[in-house]
Design a protein around this ligand. Structure first.
Ligand code: FMN
Length: 410
């Protein structure tokens, strides 16, 4: 393995406060009251535009979402299954890797463009599917996320549960998006969905394969937040196998993405059964508890795929440097789930577009400071294993938010 991985132990802790956050002043309000006259930003590494009320950092987006969201909704977004070990490992795995840096390289121009199934992405980041959650914080989550992603030159994964409909999200943009399928019914239900996906002119089908049982998310169970697990024949999803994947690809007639792969063995099977893209994911720590962190399994999956399919990854990504680390280990692009939910909650479509813009800024800064001019130069040699500092968790990438959560908890 190019990056050796003996992990230091970290102490567990609860991740989110359980009360409304009126005490933390709205970042948007703060910006509005202190807004200065706008100046054109001459810094090529900076943000494209600076508007009053706009977020300048990802941290402000997260803080604003925390302040706005009722506690059960926050817990639904940020929590994981059972003991939340996988959730924490996603971050711990990222924090256990440091970036190497080279200096005195001309980094005025940095190319962070990539491709997915032949489609150009201006940034190596995309909104992961976050299903029904979008509808909890936004009246038309699917089209809003689609528009924001396309406005920043990337694609979006539109989930089966996205509102108002799978058709509305694809119709909102010119670019062909990815439809993500949760099997929530029997074979005839799947046929109906796949026919709609094809008719709506999606560009690819992503089948989520790590959800044969619905993860036990105890925060939701205890808060009583109504979460729709599915309808129709629930046992069908537990019976899914590799042949079903082949059948789905044939039926829809689109490139296939298998999402939720976490071992070399399954990566091999996915390729054998026609996956064009292998998507490394543990569902953001919401399914199997005590699984490995996503970044910890990325290298073995990339090695098993051996260039026969494209590789995507997600899990714990909150910063541009997280994206860079996943690219170093062989991901072609990286999904954000919780961060997407935070951005949509903070400021709707504009919040998502800004989040992607800030991600781009952070990635460009990281690459510039590493002395890298193209993401094609990245590889495992840019990483070193280091002891994990602090307590990794879903808010630990944002120190001000972490402090606010701790203060509120008392
Ligand atoms: C609120 C929420 C809803 C999700 N819904 C779906 C979904 O409908 N389909 C799916 O494949 N994954 C779903 N996921 C998992 C994400 O697609 C993604 O794998 C995960 O969030 C990535 O980890 P991160 O949240 O740490 O970025 C969901 C995640 C969250 C946080």
């Amino acid at each position: 393995m190019a990056v050796s991985r003996s992990r230091k132990k970290t102490v567990s802790k609860k991740t989110a406060a359980a009360k409304p956050r009126a005490a933390v002043k709205s970042a948007a309000a703060r910006k509005t009251t202190t807004a200065k006259p706008q100046k054109k930003n001459a810094n090529p590494l900076g943000l494209e535009k600076k508007l009053p009320g706009q977020f300048d950092t990802l941290q402000e987006i997260a803080l604003e979402a925390w302040r706005k969201m009722p506690a059960p909704v926050w817990d639904h977004l940020m929590g994981g299954s059972d003991s939340e070990m996988t959730l924490r490992r996603n971050r711990a795995g990222l924090d256990a890797l440091a970036l190497r840096q080279r200096v005195l390289v001309d980094v005025r121009n940095i190319d962070m463009g990539t491709t997915l199934l032949g489609q150009k992405l201006d940034i190596p980041v995309f909104p992961a599917p976050v299903g029904g959650f979008l509808g909890k914080v936004h009246h038309e989550g699917g089209p809003a996320v689609a528009r924001a992603a396309v406005s920043r030159g990337t694609t979006a994964f539109i989930a089966t549960a996205a509102k108002p409909s799978l058709e509305a999200a694809q119709e909102a943009v010119d670019r062909r998006l990815v439809f993500q399928l949760y099997v929530r019914g029997d074979r005839s239900w799947i046929e109906g969905v796949l026919d709609r996906v094809r008719a709506a002119k999606y560009g690819a089908l992503c089948v989520t394969v790590d959800r044969n049982y619905y993860g036990r998310r105890e925060r939701d169970i205890i808060s009583g937040l109504p979460v729709k697990e599915g309808f129709g024949d629930q046992s069908y999803q537990a019976s899914l196998n590799w042949k079903d994947l082949v059948w789905m690809k044939e039926r829809v007639g689109l490139p296939l993405i298998a999402k939720g792969i976490a071992t070399a063995e399954d990566a091999e099977l996915a390729v054998e059964h026609g996956a064009d893209v292998v998507y490394v994911s543990n569902h953001g720590g919401r399914q199997l508890d005590h699984a490995q962190g996503s970044i910890e399994v990325l290298e073995e999956v990339v090695r098993a795929v051996a260039g026969r399919a494209e590789v995507l990854a997600d899990g714990g990504v909150q910063r541009g440097t997280d994206v860079v680390k996943m690219l170093c280990l062989g991901a072609r692009a990286v999904g954000v789930g919780k961060l997407l939910g935070l951005a949509l909650s903070a400021n709707g479509e504009a919040g998502v577009a800004r989040m992607l813009e800030l991600m781009e800024v952070e990635i460009r800064h990281a690459l510039g400071l590493m002395g890298v001019t193209s993401i094609r130069q990245l590889g495992p040699e840019w990483l070193r294993e280091v002891p994990v500092l602090g307590t990794p968790g879903p808010v630990s990438a944002y120190p001000l938010l972490e402090a606010a959560v701790r203060k509120r908890r008392g």
